[in-house]
Ligand binder design. Structure first.
Ligand code: FAD
Length: 404
């Protein structure tokens, strides 16, 4: 017998079933309503906090799980329940990951609890990189952070766009340029606590999918934060900038460190949506009768379901591998994090479209959930690096060639 196993252990099965119960009982019944309302579902977030899925303890135990599977199992189940609600509850993960990846232990201890609030006064957090003129090209951020030595404060100015929880977060982690001449190597991440003057919400966006999740612009105008809000601290930043100015290659690019760690999490959500569509379309195909037989008896429908299931299961394996590698600090030498996000997101789009086809006209109307799942799935090929950017990362990693 080898040590290799893909079987979940008892704790993992218990965790998965517990989260599945929440997804089935709380999220599924509420998904359509919050999609229509297009508002942050605070009561559902609070419910997740009360049962302990959205909590500091849960996050800490997920980060300490050496198999890496706690977070991806949780996210798959929650997105199976409803992707928009999942993003509202777990959209804070990016900011948390940024604090984990770039913050000192003291900063992690100070800010991570603030991101969650308490079950009675639940809070969310936001991670702001994207700007109107800097989406895929994060090296060209225009938001500036200038150090005011007299007061030991950083002053931030700029506009962030498409920010999940932007303007409603207890903690905004904002990536800004400290030295624009250095491109992405001249950037740093800053914590902006709630109530800081000079940070305000701009436009709130109306979206195609994941409509329960709040997405907005964040405007920074002379926004001052104490020196201790620079993640990693000034000494480390100064050393990093000095090395970059000497032309030494540094790995410490703030935004990328965060995205690397969270790509399997994005993939896991896409797997959850795909699985929801597979399950639903399979049940439907067994029930729906045309020409005197269940439509699943037609190979064209049955083979679609076979392909849908195969792709979804393959996506899950890529996600599990990447999650395990990330938590065990195995370098993504072949872009494994990107592979998981790329394949899972494109699978979710494909599988949900196939589910609509299997349901026919019923798939196209809002009385049935598959059209919502298709709308929800599309964002996974766009945010946290588009599919094209994932292909760039993978092709560069496997070839060593600077593919453009
Ligand atoms: C709902 C939602 C939530 C979001 N949440 C956040 C958040 O919380 N925080 C945050 O910082 N950002 C967030 N984003 C922003 C998201 O990460 C960006 O939209 C994404 O990175 C793409 O940037 P862009 O929209 O500017 O597209 P562009 O970068 O302008 O890309 C347009 C097209 O060109 C392609 N392209 C660009 N460059 C290349 C290239 N070199 N090679 C090949 N193709 C290329 C892209 O793949 C895409 O197809 C969110 C976006 C949405 C819609």
């Amino acid at each position: 017998m080898s040590d290799f196993s893909l079987a979940l252990n008892e704790d993992q099965i218990t965790l998965r079933d517990w989260v599945h119960g929440f997804a089935l009982d709380v999220m599924r019944p509420a998904g359509q309503e919050w999609d229509e309302r297009e508002e942050t579902p605070w009561p559902i977030i609070q419910e997740a906090a009360k049962v302990g899925i959205y909590s500091l303890d849960f996050f800490a135990s997920a980060m300490a799980d050496p198999t890496g599977l706690t977070m991806v199992l949780t996210l798959e189940e929650m997105a199976w329940g409803d992707a928009g609600l999942c993003m509202s509850i777990m959209g804070s993960t990016l900011a948390l990951a940024a604090i984990m990846a770039n913050g000192t232990p003291e900063q992690q201890a100070e800010w991570i609890p603030v991101c969650f609030g308490t079950p009675d006064d639940v809070k969310v957090s936001a991670f702001g990189v994207s700007e109107p003129d800097a989406g895929s090209d994060v090296s060209s951020l225009r938001t500036r952070a200038v150090y005011d030595e007299a007061t030991d404060e950083w002053v931030l100015d700029g506009t962030k766009t498409w920010i999940t929880n932007g303007g409603i977060a207890a903690v905004h982690v904002i990536v800004a340029s400290v030295d624009p001449a250095l491109g992405s190597r001249g950037q740093a991440s800053f914590v902006i606590p709630e109530g800081t003057a000079g940070l305000r919400m701009g436009q709130k966006f109306k979206k195609m999918g994941i409509r329960a999740s709040h997405t907005a612009e964040v405007v920074l105008e002379g926004c001052r934060v104490p020196g201790r809000c620079l993640l990693g601290g000034k000494e480390r930043l100064d050393e990093r900038l000095a090395r970059a100015r000497e032309g030494v290659r540094t790995s410490g690019q703030a935004a990328m460190a965060t995205f690397e760690a969270t790509r399997p999490y994005v993939g896991a959500q896409a797997v959850g949506i795909a699985r929801a569509a597979c399950d639903y379309a399979l049940d439907y195909a067994k029930e729906r009768r045309q020409f005197g037989r269940a439509i699943i008896e037609n190979q064209s429908i049955a083979f679609k379901l076979a392909d849908m299931r195969t792709r979804t299961d393959a996506a899950r394996l890529l996600v599990w591998r990447a999650a395990w590698m990330a938590l065990n600090r195995q370098p993504f030498l072949a872009g494994e994090g990107s592979q998981s996000k790329l394949f899972a997101s494109e699978t979710a789009v494909h599988v949900t479209e196939e589910a609509i086809q299997i349901l026919g006209g019923y798939g196209y109307v809002r009385d049935y959930p598959v059209e919502r799942w298709h709308r929800d799935s599309k964002i996974y090929t766009i945010f946290e690096g588009t599919s094209e950017i994932q292909r760039l990362i993978i092709s560069r990693a496997i070839s060593g060639v600077h593919i453009r």
